[in-house]
Ligand binder design. Structure first.
Ligand SMILES: Nc1ncnc2c1ncn2[C@@H]1O[C@H](COP(=O)(O)OP(=O)(O)O)[C@@H](O)[C@H]1O
Ligand SMILES: O=C(OP(=O)(O)O)[C@H](O)COP(=O)(O)O
Length: 400
């Protein structure tokens, strides 16, 4: 894989595919970690006299413009962090983008609007994705892939565009791979993996692989309820991936056979409704045993007994990989589970890696010092699929 140093970038239009998918509360960025992580590569290109065109997705809009997912607030924050103006293009490949790119002088930076405002970005149809990649390619001379959090996506800007332009990996991707490699070679045992979050269908699949690698798997967050249901518990209105129940039962059986310790919640915090993350109005949660989840309530965090159990399972591990918050940490009533896991990692002598946009944001928002962890990765799904040994489209596309 080439790096930026292998490219002649001075005077060239360089397209940087970053992952600036940050959590927003309206137009307020609640955690700018992914923007900060993108800065070194962009600053290096500025320094080298490139015309830098940054592009990213944000959230999951439906292939058309949606102001709730605009990258405009991100352009402002990126400008502050770089200490220079970032021209914001109000579209991705249209007149707005072309005008902004044409106006760039050497060392200038532009940010395009959300790539996912175009259906071609995420299309499963190769021709549709390719046509969008052709339009992106027309904007630039060179391509730098640096959006580690999105390298597991076979999307136009991640996979098809680098095939159309001379390309290299940015510094963030290089740094992420450097650390994650340590979890694929000679991992120190006991090796514990903690999985939670809400992207359940995306992430359940990696458990099959983790059963071959990890000594202990702890499940929390929205992921836990499909397991509890598979064990015969009623889960009320909690997040459920019904079609995955047979797969989950197979994982539980295989874990037993292989002697992998599978740890599931023994109690959870429930409430009648998903909490209001804007007003943060009290949600009046109740701690119940997993055998007693009421039919009209949903599980939104692990309970106090589970917090203690999970902490005890993490403190004597030698390596821990964690992706996915234990609860809806954005609301203070459901943040304690995520806090307890973060605290256990901070206190553990283990080599600890936290991965994922929301997991990394949670650690910082809840007030933990980033330096207390071995590594905080910008990618959740991406790091999980990397650890799984899968070929990641966005990395394969950067190979020579
Ligand atoms: N029990 C739950 N029910 C619904 N959502 C949950 C639950 N637990 C955690 N979440 C949500 O999961 C989201 C993060 O999930 P995900 O995107 O998979 O993590 P990451 O970005 O770290 O990879 C958070 O916004 C959090 O509110
Ligand atoms: O937030 C992301 O992934 P993550 O939640 O697994 O860390 C990436 O920006 C990818 O976003 P996507 O899962 O909508 O493709």
């Amino acid at each position: 894989m080439k790096t930026i140093d292998d490219l002649q970038v001075a005077g060239k239009r360089v397209f940087v595919r970053a992952d600036l998918n940050v959590p927003l509360d309206g137009e307020t960025i609640t955690d700018d970690g992914r923007i900060r992580a993108a800065v070194p590569t962009i600053a290096k290109l500025v320094q080298a006299g490139a015309k830098v065109i940054v592009a990213s997705h944000l959230g999951r809009p439906k292939g058309e413009p949606d102001p709730r997912f605009s990258l405009a607030p991100v352009a402002r924050r990126l400008g502050e962090l770089l200490g220079k103006e970032v021209a914001f293009a109000a579209d991705t490949v249209g007149d707005g983008a072309r005008q902004v790119v044409d106006g760039l002088a050497d060392g200038d930076v532009a940010l395009l609007e959300n790539l996912r405002f175009n259906a071609g970005e995420t299309s499963k149809d190769d021709a549709e994705r390719g046509a969008f990649a052709d339009r992106l390619a027309a904007l630039a001379d060179l391509y730098v892939g640096d959006g580690f959090g999105a390298v597991h996506r076979k999307h136009a800007s991640v996979y098809d565009l680098p095939a159309r332009l001379p390309h290299a990996a940015g510094d963030l991707i290089a740094a992420e791979l450097n650390v994650l490699k340590q979890l694929t070679e000679n991992v120190k045992r006991p090796y514990a993996v903690v999985l939670g979050g809400a992207k359940v269908s995306d992430k359940l699949g990696v458990i099959g692989h983790l059963l071959e690698k990890a000594d202990r798997i702890l499940i929390g967050g929205g992921m836990a309820y499909t397991f509890l249901k598979a064990q015969g518990h009623e889960i009320g209105t909690s997040l459920l991936q019904e079609d995955q129940i047979p797969a989950v039962q197979e994982y539980l059986a295989r874990a037993k056979e292989r002697g992998v310790e599978f740890v599931l919640p023994v109690d959870v915090l429930v409430a009648p409704e998903f909490p209001d993350l804007k007003t943060k109005a009290p949600a009046n949660p109740r701690a119940v045993s997993v055998a007693e989840i009421p039919a009209d309530q949903q599980g939104l965090d692990i309970g106090p007994e589970t917090r203690k159990l999970y902490a005890s399972k993490l403190t004597d591990a030698a390596t821990v990989f964690w992706n996915g918050p234990m609860g809806v940490f954005e609301h203070p009533d459901f943040a304690e589970g995520t806090k307890a896991v973060a605290q256990a990692l901070v206190e553990s002598p283990a080599f600890t890696v936290v991965g994922g946009g929301d997991s990394a944001a949670a650690v910082r928002i809840l007030g933990f010092d980033e330096k207390a962890f071995g590594h905080i990765s910008t990618g959740g799904g991406a790091s999980l699929e990397y650890l799984e040994g899968k070929t990641l489209p966005g990395l394969a596309a950067l190979e020579d």
